[in-house]
Design a protein around this ligand. Structure first.
Ligand code: APR
Length: 238
C-alpha cells in the first residue's frame, strides 16, 4: 500500500469520496464502459437511458430496468463499500460520500448521508407532472405501471442522459469537493459530467483508485492501480 497516501488519509480532516460503477464490479454489478462486460458494450444507451427512448418504447426500457433491479437485489456490498461505511462509523463527519451509482450498495453497507448524483434504481417517479389522480400505490400494474385515469407512466427515479442532476445533491457534492483536504476517486472512468468535474474542483489532493487508466488520472496527485475491494480496506484502516 502507498504509505504516502495512507498518511494523507490519516491527516485529512475532511475526505470527499466520488465513486462510480467500478465500486460495485466486485459485487457482480457490471460497469457501463468496460470493453466486453460493460452494459454499454451490450446495450445502446440511447435506446434505453433517455426520456425520448422511454416515451418511444416504455415497456422495453421498463423491462430493462426491471432486469437490472433483479440483478442488483441478488448481490451484496463488497469489502470496498464496507470499508467506506466503517470509516464513516469510526470517524463521524470526516467523510462525504458522493456516488454516481444507482444500485444502493453504499447505503446497504451502512454509509450515512450518501449523495446519490444519478438517483436510485429501486425507486420510481411519475414521467409527467402528476395530477390529482396519479397515485403510485394504486397504479395499474404493467410495463410500466401507469395511472388508470390519465395514463401517466411510472419511470425509474434515475438521471437519464440529457437530464439535470438533482440540484440540492449536486450543490452539496460541490461544497464537499471544494472544502475537502483529500478526494478519493474510486471506480469511475471520469467521462460523465458534471460528476467527473467534482474531481477537477477538489480543493485537496486527489487520489484515483482504478485497475485501469481513467480520464481523471491527469487530475490526480496519486493513482493507485487496483480494485476498490482490495485497496479501500488497506487505505482506510486506522
Ligand atoms: N474497482 C475499481 N474500479 C474498477 C473496478 C474495480 N473492481 N472494475 C472496473 N473499474 C473501473 C474501470 O476501469 C472504469 O474506469 O471502473 C470504471 C467504470 O467506468 P464506467 O463503466 O464508465 O462507469 P462510471 O464512471 O460510473 O459511469 C458514469 O455513466 O453510464 C453513465 O449514469 C451512468 O453513472 C454512470 C456514468
Amino acid at each position: 500500500m502507498n504509505e504516502q497516501v495512507r498518511d494523507w488519509v490519516r491527516a485529512a480532516r475532511h475526505i470527499a469520496v466520488l465513486t462510480g460503477a467500478g465500486m460495485s464490479a466486485e459485487s457482480g454489478v457490471p460497469t457501463f464502459r468496460d470493453a466486453q462486460t460493460g452494459l454499454w458494450a451490450k446495450f445502446d444507451p440511447h435506446q434505453l437511458a433517455t426520456e425520448n427512448a422511454f416515451r418511444a418504447n416504455p415497456s422495453m426500457v421498463w423491462d430493462w430496468y426491471a432486469f437490472r433491479r433483479e440483478m442488483i437485489a441478488k448481490v451484496d456490498s463488497n469489502a470496498g463499500h464496507r470499508a467506506l461505511a466503517d470509516f464513516a462509523r469510526r470517524h463521524p463527519g470526516r467523510m462525504t460520500l458522493i456516488t454516481q451509482n444507482v444500485d444502493g450498495l453504499h447505503q446497504r453497507a451502512g454509509s450515512p448521508g450518501v449523495l446519490g448524483l444519478h438517483g436510485n434504481i429501486s425507486q420510481d417517479k411519475w414521467l409527467d407532472t402528476p395530477h390529482a389522480c396519479c397515485n403510485a400505490d394504486a397504479a395499474v400494474p404493467g410495463s410500466p405501471p401507469h395511472c388508470g385515469v390519465c395514463g401517466n407512466m411510472l419511470r425509474p427515479d434515475v438521471v437519464w442522459f440529457g437530464e439535470a442532476l438533482p440540484l440540492q445533491t449536486l450543490t452539496l457534492a460541490e461544497n464537499a469537493a471544494s472544502s475537502c483536504d483529500l478526494m478519493l476517486v474510486v471506480g469511475t472512468s471520469g467521462v460523465v459530467y458534471p460528476a467527473a468535474g467534482l474531481a477537477r474542483m477538489a480543493a485537496g489532493k486527489v487520489v484515483v483508485v482504478n485497475p485501469h487508466p481513467s480520464d481523471l488520472d491527469d487530475a490526480a496527485d496519486a493513482v493507485l492501480s487496483g480494485t476498490a475491494a482490495q485497496l479501500l480496506p488497506q487505505l482506510l484502516e486506522d
